[in-house]
Every structure is written in structure tokens, then in C-alpha cells.
Write a protein that binds this ligand. Structure first.
Ligand code: ZN
Ligand code: ZN
Length: 182
């Protein structure tokens, strides 16, 4: 899907679309596609033109599932983010280095050529930006027992009791270790 720049009306252009899991799998880096199983991507953007400069602002919403980095259980999560691109046409005769064009904050600078702005790379880039480095099923996830590997959210295996975890001595011990290491 692409936007034809010269056909963007004065009032701007609004685009809504969805992408499914197979779209994501065939485009995302392998490692990311293995970690996140995408059910649906909802993409919305608005393009406004001023001369040959085009601003594209919008939002992306992802419904997916992934394995918790603490307890390894699969869980569903929804991610959402906003974006804003300032696009300029590539200058005839030389290629602009898009890396040096990156502006600060959430504004991204981009280039387009031949009167066309391709939306697929924008959708993919914005989807990939939303994935957290480590996803946990819940802030209170207890993770796995380091001794037997039992999922501690499902019950205590007896290797680490609540008493030892909450004991004031444990807190004191950890504090000392942390101080020594620094
Ligand atoms: Zn978990
Ligand atoms: Zn255990």
C-alpha cells in the first residue's frame, strides 16, 4: 500500500488498515517473529501535504502473545504507540543518508521518491518499535524456582518459602552483597 503524494487532498488523507500475523511473520526479523505471535495489527495514519513535504502522523496497535521472560508462560498483550514522520522527496542527483536525517524526540524524518510513500515499511517499523525488550505476564510474576524450575505462580514447591523471602535478615544480606560489589 502506498500514498501518491500529488493526490493528497488539501484537507489531508486518512488511512486505516489492519495487518495479520502472516504479514508480520514474513517481514519481521526472525528472532522477533519467534518471540511474538501477532494476532492483529491496527494501523491508523493521517497524511498532510505542504508543498512536497508530507507529514504522516498516526498510531499503531498490536494484539499479540509472547512468553513471559520470568515464568516462560504464554500470555496475551496489547501494545500501542504514536508516531510522526516528516517526509521529504529524495533530491535528484544524490541520495540522502536517512540516518543523519533522524530528528530528536518522536519525530522521524524520512524520504520518498517518485511521488510515492510506501506504507508497509512504516507499519513494520512502528510495530517493531512497540515490542518491549522483556515482557512479563504480570508485575507480580514470581517466575520459576531456581532449584526445580517450578512455575511459582502456580504454587510453592517448598524451595523458597515466603518466610525466607520476607525475612529482615534476607533484606540485610542482600544489602551487604550489593554494597560489597559496588
Ligand atoms: Zn510470568
Ligand atoms: Zn523448587
Amino acid at each position: 500500500m502506498s500514498i501518491i503524494v500529488s493526490e493528497i487532498p488539501p484537507e489531508g488523507l486518512s488511512i486505516d488498515c489492519t495487518r495479520d500475523g502472516s504479514w508480520f511473520e514474513s517481514r519481521a526479523p526472525q528472532e522477533t517473529a519467534r518471540r511474538y505471535r501477532v494476532d492483529e495489527i491496527l494501523f491508523h495514519c493521517r497524511a498532510d501535504r505542504s508543498g512536497r513535504r508530507v507529514s504522516i502522523r498516526g498510531s499503531v496497535e498490536i494484539h499479540c502473545s509472547t512468553a513471559c521472560t520470568r515464568c516462560l508462560e504464554l500470555f496475551s498483550l496489547s501494545l500501542r504507540g504514536d508516531f510522526f514522520y516528516a517526509m521529504t522527496p529524495v533530491q535528484a542527483g544524490y541520495e540522502q543518508d536517512s540516518d543523519t536525517e533522524l530528528a530528536e524526540g518522536d519525530l522521524e524524518a524520512g524520504i520518498y521518491r517518485d511521488d510515492l510513500i510506501e506504507l508497509e515499511p512504516i507499519i513494520l517499523e512502528q510495530v517493531l518499535l512497540q515490542f518491549p525488550i522483556s515482557a512479563v505476564c504480570s508485575e507480580n510474576c514470581k517466575g520459576l524456582c531456581p532449584v526445580c524450575g517450578q512455575n511459582l505462580n502456580k504454587g510453592d514447591c517448598g524451595h523458597s518459602t515466603e518466610e525466607t523471602k520476607n525475612s529482615p535478615f534476607t533484606v540485610l544480606k542482600n544489602f551487604k552483597i550489593a554494597k560489597k560489589g559496588s
